[in-house]
Design a protein around this ligand. Structure first.
Ligand code: Z5A
Length: 228
């Protein structure tokens, strides 16, 4: 089947971390019964040693000197370039299923729609940072910002981006809606307003279908077109 990059996107608090953890366990149990395919989880920003340093610059508590929007954009791009080369490409080359918390669509949604930076410029930067590596599937956890922000309240000091206005987070949400319309094959919407278990069920159903398509002709793997 070859390695597969599966990305999780959505507004803050939409449930990516929770769902990735559960999906990883499910995939590991499925694949340990069949063929030993590595299932790894990673995230942006901060999926590498360099990325962790960039993350602390990007997501501080906002008390230092303001970070200019274009500087923020370039820092996210630098984090991605390192992550692609150090983690994503090598894992995919090993045939792993990589579950990645945020990728290129986050930059379009947050820096493009949220900050209002040029979308063509962001596409160009994403293309440089990724070297053309696109996700095989992007799961968009769609939930109203009003609901997701309540979920994340009370986690301690909010970071720079969490401190943005409700209007900012609504623009980000609008960005994801637009992205899903533009890329209907790559981006699959999941109703993330439901319970954790129901959201996980939707995701597993989507994955089972995709894995069956990807595994066509590889009978050793657990998902075939005729079912798991
Ligand atoms: N950013 C950017 O601007 N540009 C970029 O290019 C990139 C990122 C790559 C990264 O923050 C920030 O960087 C992010 C975008 C920006 N900023 N914002 N805002 P992060 O990595 O620290 O965090 P995050 O990606 O925003 O995710 P999060 O806040 O950690 O949330 P989450 O992972 O999506 O959700 P969760 O942790 O799984 O769940 C949150 C809470 O809700 C938790 O208490 C759960 O128990 C609960 N939960 C989860 N699912 C449910 C359901 N279904 N019902 C009820 N409660 C639930």
């Amino acid at each position: 089947m070859g390695g597969k990059l599966i990305v999780f996107e959505g507004v803050e608090g939409c449930g990516k971390t929770t769902q990735i953890q559960q999906l990883r366990e499910w995939l590991q149990s499925v694949y340990s019964q069949a063929a030993p395919i590595p299932v790894v989880a990673s995230h942006e920003p901060g999926g590498t040693e360099l990325g962790l340093k960039l993350r602390s610059l990007l997501l501080g508590d906002g008390t230092g000197k303001p970070i200019h929007d274009s500087a923020e954009l370039l820092l996210f791009a630098a984090d991605r370039a390192q992550h692609v080369e150090e983690v994503l490409k090598p894992q995919l080359a090993l045939g792993a299923i990589v579950l990645c918390d945020r990728y290129t669509d986050s930059t379009v949604a947050y820096q493009g729609y949220g900050r209002g930076l040029s979308l063509p410029l962001i596409d160009r930067l994403n293309s440089i940072a990724t070297g053309g590596l696109e996700s095989d599937l992007t799961i968009w956890l769609d939930v109203d910002v009003e609901v997701s922000l309540v979920r994340t309240r009370g986690r301690g000091v909010a970071d720079r981006i969490e401190q943005e206005t409700l209007a900012f987070h609504r623009r980000v949400q609008q960005g994801y809606t637009q992205l899903a319309q533009t890329h209907p094959k790559r981006i699959v919407r999941v109703d993330a307003s439901l319970s954790e278990a129901d959201v996980q069920q939707q995701i597993q159903a989507i994955l089972a279908q995709r894995l069956a398509q990807w595994n066509e002709g590889h009978r050793v793997l657990p998902f075939s077109e005729s079912g798991a």
